[in-house]
Design a protein around this ligand. Structure first.
Ligand code: DC
Length: 228
């Protein structure tokens, strides 16, 4: 008999904590849809940079958010793909340029309201594992399974470094560390729906854990809470 889980899964946490890899694998194990909300903020940032929109101009960004078609889907290997106006921008949204500017776009309340509306629509018609910064606190406050995934700054920078450069020399590590630290500060200090754990989230520090161990831990908690 296959185990039946009910309800959405929210995973939040700072940059480089391993949220997307964990969320993707967990979604595939539970047969849920994986939604990477960070990819949506990145897609909008990419579009704004392409069009030379002033990232300090909230009205212009809201207009862009209202009129831009952002679409998430998975390929046959369950790898998430990101499309903007029909164009595959999966790789383009991961560049350092987009990473450096995305917090400026994500801090605008009207931009967030628009993207959150889309995120809630996706969660209403699917069973989802959704990752981001405000999923448990704001996007899906009623989700029965909430996790806040974190790790030390050095460990998060090391993982990001390996992801970006395939290596992790001291100079690169220091640069990536400074960049993700800056982004965490901006994401935690913004006025509207900042990065923080939901009061009912399970906090998991993955500094000393492998991805597989984290996924197994989340799965165990979900099944236990579902009465298995
Ligand atoms: O998870 P990520 O690094 O791809 O996210 C990119 C940026 O988007 C990050 O700086 C914070 C922001 N973000 C957010 O504000 N709210 C979310 N739900 C997801 C991401």
């Amino acid at each position: 008999m296959s185990k039946q889980i009910r309800g959405n899964v929210a995973i939040d946490g700072p940059a480089g904590a391993g949220k997307s890899t964990v969320a993707r694998r967990l979604a595939s194990r539970l047969d849920y849809l994986y939604i990477d909300t960070g990819a949506m903020y990145r897609a909008l940032t990419w579009k704004a940079l392409q069009q030379g929109v002033d990232l300090g101009d909230e009205r212009a960004l809201k207009e862009l958010a209202d009129t831009t078609d952002i679409f998430l889907k998975s390929d046959e290997q369950h790898q998430p793909l990101v499309y903007c106006e029909g164009l595959n921008i999966t790789a383009a949204i991961r560049t350092p340029l987009v990473s450096r500017h995305v917090s400026l776009v994500a801090e605008k309340e009207s931009v967030r309201r628009r993207l959150v509306e889309l995120q809630r629509q996706m969660a209403a018609s699917n069973r989802v594992v959704m990752d981001g910064r405000d999923i448990g606190t704001y996007v899906l406050p009623d989700a029965p399974f909430k996790f806040f995934l974190t790790a030390s700054l050095t460990e998060r920078a090391r993982r990001r470094c390996l992801e970006i450069y395939n290596t992790c020399r001291p100079a690169e590590l220091e640069q990536v560390k400074a960049e993700i630290n800056q982004r965490d500060i901006q994401d935690s200090q913004r006025q509207f729906a900042p990065l923080k754990p939901a009061p009912d989230a399970v906090i998991i520090d993955s500094s000393q854990m492998t991805i597989e161990e984290v996924v197994a831990r989340l799965e165990q908690i979900i099944y236990e809470r579902s009465g298995y």
